[in-house]
Design a protein around this ligand. Structure first.
Ligand code: LLP
Length: 431
């Protein structure tokens, strides 16, 4: 099995100990399921590795863009993680859920004056400043509000994480952050030093997503520590916090590579501590910003089959009642997934078909080339695994399709964490 929360019993797929076919009947499809214990387990893996490391005060910050709804901020808060928030929408959701906002990190390459004012009013602990204009605007708005705002500066270390381009963000030509290589990051520090309302805590980078190479964070740490040392030399100012961003990859299919996240964290932290000593500096407090590796394997999506089209001599299609509206990741990135027919999980006679959605668009493919039982047909339940990250959060109402609900499973119990959108919800803002 891909993960330990997946099992097959009597030919049916179980998730987090529950019969997925029964859940599909009870809540309808499409349906997002989330395994609360798996989320907590993932949080604790980060927490344990970071708490025992040689960089004091280190903790993980959940990148909530991976999956943002009120209930998840509650779980994350209970597990002692911070939250990376990227919009007033995420800030509002976190605050409403009672998240301790002093542990919120506001990211993004274009925060408007309105966003900045809103985030300060909500008590966001840290701004991760992305550009010169933001530094000016934040200092001005914080001054107007009589606030001394803690910040990290987002820089680009010039590291290629060797994953897919859409998520590579640490290279010099990225739209995010300010490049160290060109000298512009040091200029940004000079600007920050002139400001009265900013408290310069540290630097941040995020090299990319789906990282499996164990040396990516080590290389990033080296460049970042070099920059901390340069800031110390030029401005006689010691930065306290080093945020290396998120990006650890997860397994979507059986023969995919893996990375031992806690082992890598320990390695990175030990490296940071040793390098800091070489540079004659105290070890900074570390932040990591995992999104995918906190929630991906804690989620699956269930669908109901509507039609099976066998185009003689060409190919087969299995159409379900969701699609790119609840999971656009194959359409966007060609992402691979593991798929089960939940009510016929064991079969000997199979067919190969593309699993497609209901949108009026040929690109609405959830996964091509899937093995299904030969007798798959209307009414069967299909499960796509590892959909906890970047599915619900990237879902849309294309074709005016309502978004599915999220049901959280916890130790045999279940609760609706996000209601299914209704047709009335779709027209709510139409005048
Ligand atoms: N920190 C920052 C500043 C980020 O931009 C991101 C992700 C993360 C942390 C979390 O990275 P993770 O641990 O989840 O890899 N929609 C794409 C992924 C986009 C990632 C954007 N930034 C996908 O579905 O693969």
């Amino acid at each position: 099995m891909l993960y330990d929360n997946i099992a097959v019993k009597d030919g049916r797929l179980f998730f987090a100990g529950s019969d997925t076919v029964k859940l599909a009947e009870k809540y309808g499809t499409p349906l997002y399921l989330m395994d609360e214990q798996k989320i907590r387990q993932n949080c604790r893996a980060y927490r344990t590795a970071l708490e025992s490391c040689a960089c004091p005060g280190s903790y993980a910050v959940y990148a909530s863009k991976a999956c943002s709804f009120a209930g998840i901020y509650k779980i994350i808060a209970e597990e002692g993680l911070g939250a990376d928030v990227v919009s007033p929408g995420e800030i509002f959701t976190a605050k409403k859920a009672g998240f301790p906002m002093e542990r919120a990190y506001f990211q993004g390459n274009n925060k408007t004056d309105g966003d900045i004012a809103f985030a300060i009013d909500c008590g966001v602990g840290y701004f991760v400043c992305d550009n010169f204009e933001e530094i000016d605007a934040l200092d001005r708005i914080a001054g107007e509000k009589g606030v001394k705002q803690k910040i990290l500066l987002r820089v680009t270390p010039g590291i290629d994480p060797h994953t897919y381009d859409e998520v590579s963000t640490g290279k010099v030509d990225s739209k995010f952050g300010i490049a160290i290589e060109t000298g512009q990051a040091l200029e940004a520090v000079r600007l920050i030093m002139q400001k009265n309302n900013l408290v310069f805590e540290g630097i941040h980078c995020h090299v990319g997503s789906m990282v499996f190479d164990s040396d990516v964070f080590l290389r990033a740490a080296d460049v970042m520590l070099g920059f901390v040392a340069e800031v110390k030399k030029v401005f006689d100012y010691q930065l306290k916090t080093l945020d290396l961003g998120g990006g650890y990859g997860v397994k979507y299919y059986q023969d995919q590579g893996e990375i031992d996240i806690p082992a890598n964290i320990r390695q990175v932290a030990a490296h940071v501590a040793a390098r800091s000593e070489d540079l004659g500096m105290p070890a900074p407090s570390l932040r990591l910003e995992p999104g995918r590796s906190i929630v991906a394997d804690a989620g699956i999506t269930l669908y109901t089959v509507g039609s099976v089209k066998k185009i003689t001599g060409y190919k087969n299609y299995v159409s379900v009642d969701g699609g790119m509206t609840d999971n656009p990741r194959y359409a966007l990135y060609g992402s691979r997934y593991t798929v089960y027919t939940a009510n016929k999980a064991v079969f000997s006679d199979g067919i190969t078909a593309d699993l497609v959605g209901r949108c009026c668009e040929s690109g609405d493919i959830i996964q091509p080339g899937v093995k299904f039982p030969a007798d798959i047909g209307r009414g069967d339940t299909v499960a796509v695994l590892t959909t906890g990250a970047y599915n619900y959060s990237m879902a849309s109402n294309y074709n005016r399709i309502p978004r599915p609900p999220i049901v959280i499973l916890n130790r045999g119990g279940e609760r609706i964490a996000v209601k299914r959108e209704t047709l009335e919800d779709l027209v709510m803002n139409d005048l």
